[in-house]
Design a protein around this ligand. Structure first.
Ligand SMILES: [Zn+2]
Length: 115
């Protein structure tokens, strides 16, 4: 949870406590409808707190997914580089390139070995 989110949660808590206190004061003063209204509205900061916690969880999950995707992409790039390096180790002559690795130049050492 970020610092700003924590501050918001503290504000939500203070607002909820104030509304609960106002509900009790209204009840003691005999204003039933005001007491009911304060009680009902004291739920709103609780909902806001829960939404803030849910948002924080969703944000953390998104961050984890992005990091996981970056790791997978990085592993894929490393694998591609490794495969390219492995393929380039077999490069020996011009004909090998143009024949997709099926043939060698007559002067190539590998051609002599095969022949
Ligand atoms: Zn060759």
């Amino acid at each position: 949870m970020t610092r700003f989110a924590r501050i918001l949660c503290v504000i939500y808590g203070a607002t909820g406590l104030f509304l609960a206190w106002a509900a009790v004061q209204s009840k003691l003063a005999g204003s039933v409808w005001a007491s009911f209204a304060f009680t009902a509205t004291s739920i709103v900061p609780l909902i806001a707190y829960l939404r803030e916690a849910e948002f924080t969880d969703a944000k953390a999950e998104t961050r984890a997914n992005v990091e996981r995707a970056a790791r997978v992409r990085e592993n894929g790039e490393r694998r591609a580089i490794r495969e390219a390096a492995d393929a380039l180790q077999h490069v020996c002559c011009e004909r090998w390139w143009t024949s997709l690795g099926t043939d060698h130049d007559p002067t190539c050492a590998k051609q002599r070995r095969a022949a």
